[in-house]
Design a protein around this ligand. Structure first.
Ligand SMILES: [Zn+2]
Length: 196
């Protein structure tokens, strides 16, 4: 068994996802240990080709998040979906001890998933605009104003630092297994893969 930071995502049920993560002590902020955690988080984010990772998702109960919506991800969505969800390129952003401020009361409701709840999705309401302030790591900004999908990513990752998972906020009636159609097509002989 490996020790945190893991190379994979912890799954719902793991107590680390339900605890309130601790602030990174300021004297530790540039330590080898914290830098290794940050680097591992970026590696996991890119390996799984997702858009955000919070430290508890790699087994570390600290207040660190990484976010990135790389340019090429646009090709993974139909243009109308990309537009409707207000998706946009978000260069790598790494925050230690982030604080979030909601700067618009407008909300958007769109499907959301989580790498720690693999295989499922549901509609979740999120604020349209937020500001994140923290300690920028790896040369990334210490303050960002985000809107649309990027603001959604930030709210989702901030929730992880407080032990909250999207299933706590979802419209329960929209919760779905993302493979339900394939399961029907394969007459039940299908699997949800975890091995990437
Ligand atoms: Zn998540």
């Amino acid at each position: 068994m490996s020790t945190p930071p893991y190379t994979y995502f912890t799954q719902i049920g793991d107590p680390v996802l339900r605890q309130v993560a601790e602030e990174v002590a300021l004297e530790e902020i540039d330590s080898l240990e914290i830098n290794q955690i940050v680097e591992r988080m970026v590696k996991v984010l890119r390996h799984y080709d997702c858009v955000g990772v919070a430290a508890p998702q790699v087994g570390v109960p600290l207040r660190i998040i990484v976010m990135e919506f790389r340019e090429g991800k646009k090709d993974q969505y139909k243009p109308e979906i990309y537009e409707e969800r207000k998706m946009a390129t978000l260069p790598l952003a790494v925050f230690a001890n982030p604080e979030m401020e909601i700067i618009s009361s407008q909300v958007n409701k769109h499907p959301e998933g989580c790498m720690s709840v693999r295989g499922y999705s549901a509609q979740v309401e999120r604020y349209d605009k937020v500001r994140i302030r923290g300690i920028g790591k790896l040369g990334t900004p210490s303050e960002l104003e985000l809107e649309g999908w990027s603001a959604r990513i930030a709210q989702h990752e901030m929730d992880h630092l407080n032990g909250t998972i999207y299933v706590d906020r979802m419209d329960v009636s929209t919760f779905n297994c993302v493979s339900w159609e394939q399961i029907n097509a394969a007459e039940g002989r299908s699997a949800i893969w975890f091995h990437k």
